[in-house]
Design a protein around this ligand. Structure first.
Ligand SMILES: *Cc1c(COP(=O)(O)O)cnc(C)c1O
Length: 376
């Protein structure tokens, strides 16, 4: 079915097309000069020492976890209210995800106090995910990590250019991971990025990204090197220059796109005031600059059946919605791990994600909110 108002709209035009055509005509389409340029620009945008292009954010998370030293048998504290990749990548290593509840219905991020309560002698790391681009309580989380000697990885997929007290999300923990999947703020089809200020972590990620090889085919083709060694068992998690060329164009559009999203969110907040007794609007009190990757609401006094009915009625009016997220701990593959996360369970049953993209008009937002009102 095609919706009058979709959940998301790709911010593409002839500039992405041109970037692809130029790359194809350059005769070098896999990892090379455009990937290097993309990494340089992204590092500059985030004010971070190292940015490393990745095939996607799932592989970015995997290497980030390895690079901070997570090993088989370690416990890693993470949210259940996230995309499954956050936890899957922990299991690639044979480590154990320990699901931690959110703060509350106004703040869907992992709770610092609950993180501390979940720490055991086996805990190695904390993974935070900045929901919709709204920052987790990083001061508290970094303090807990320092106190217990834990590593911190940021799943910053929702938050490129989002800020927390003057710092960009992804640059506060030891490693930050980003996704350039089609529906993210930066879209290249598939793609991702790791950022870090730690030279050791950067070196390890670069090695693991390409089979543990000491030189890359691009360097060899350029005559900079003729042979290579393999110093550890790595992966092929590289990006390619066609996607990097798209990423560079997308970076140029990002700030303006996010500025427009801030306005869209303001319009939503105004329109949704009349529904105060029916819904929570998470992060309504936020004062940071954020990416507004998605626009979540949570129904009050509701259950999953009611939520699904409300969604069906909104869809019938031509407005597409989604659910962020089906909680990870409830998936069949995660049943053995268990979790005591009652607030996550309420949110996963009663959340509705409304359309969010830069070109949404005031009229669109009125239509969406009216549809929501009628549907509730
Ligand atoms: C999209 C997303 C991922 C996975 O990213 P891919 O690039 O699709 O692998 C991981 N975590 C979160 C929070 C995401 O939104």
């Amino acid at each position: 079915m095609s919706y009058k108002i979709p959940l998301f709209d790709l911010n593409f035009d002839e500039r992405e097309e041109k970037a692809i055509v130029e790359t194809i005509r350059s005769n070098w389409i896999s990892i090379g000069p455009r990937c290097e340029e993309m990494e340089r620009i992204f590092a500059e945008m985030l004010g971070v020492k190292y940015a490393i292009g990745m095939s996607n954010c799932t592989t970015a998370l995997h290497l980030a976890y390895l690079a901070v030293g997570i090993e088989e048998g370690d416990e890693v504290i993470c949210p259940s209210l996230s995309f499954v990749a956050t936890a899957n990548a922990i299991r690639y290593i044979g480590a154990k995800p320990v699901f931690c509840d959110i703060e509350n219905y106004d703040d869907l991020n992992i709770s610092a106090a609950r993180i501390e309560a979940a720490i055991t002698p086996k805990t190695k790391a904390i993974v935070v995910m900045h929901f919709a681009g709204f920052p987790c309580d990083m001061d508290a989380i970094m303090a807990i990590a320092a106190k217990h000697n834990l590593r911190v990885v940021e799943d910053a997929c929702h938050g490129p250019l989002s800020e927390y007290k003057g710092k960009k999300l992804g640059t506060i923990g030891e490693v930050g991971c980003f996704s350039f999947f089609s529906n993210k703020n930066i879209s290249t089809g598939e793609g991702g990025m790791i950022v870090t200020n730690d030279e050791q972590v950067a070196r390890r990620v670069k090695s693991l990204r390409s089979h543990g090889m000491t030189t890359m085919s691009y360097q060899r083709a350029k005559g900079h090197a003729t042979s290579y060694d393999v110093v550890e068992v790595g992966y092929n998690y590289r990006m390619d220059d066609m996607r990097a060329a798209i990423a560079i164009v997308q970076f140029g559009k990002l700030q303006e796109d996010l500025n427009k999203r801030v306005k869209v969110r303001e319009l939503y907040l105004t329109e949704l005031k009349s529904l105060e007794d029916k819904i929570y609007v998470p992060f309504a009190g936020n004062t940071e600059f954020v990416s507004n990757y998605i626009f979540p609401i949570v129904l009050k006094n509701s259950d999953v059946e009611n939520r699904d009915n409300v969604r069906e009625r909104i869809h019938a009016k031509g407005v597409q919605t989604s659910v962020h997220y089906p909680a990870i701990h409830r998936f069949s593959a995660y049943k053995p791990f268990g979790a005591n996360v009652p607030m996550t369970e309420y949110v996963t049953d009663n959340e509705i994600t409304l359309p969010m993209y830069a070109s949404l008009s005031g009229e669109d937002i009125k239509f969406i909110v009216d549809s929501l009102k009628d549907s509730i």
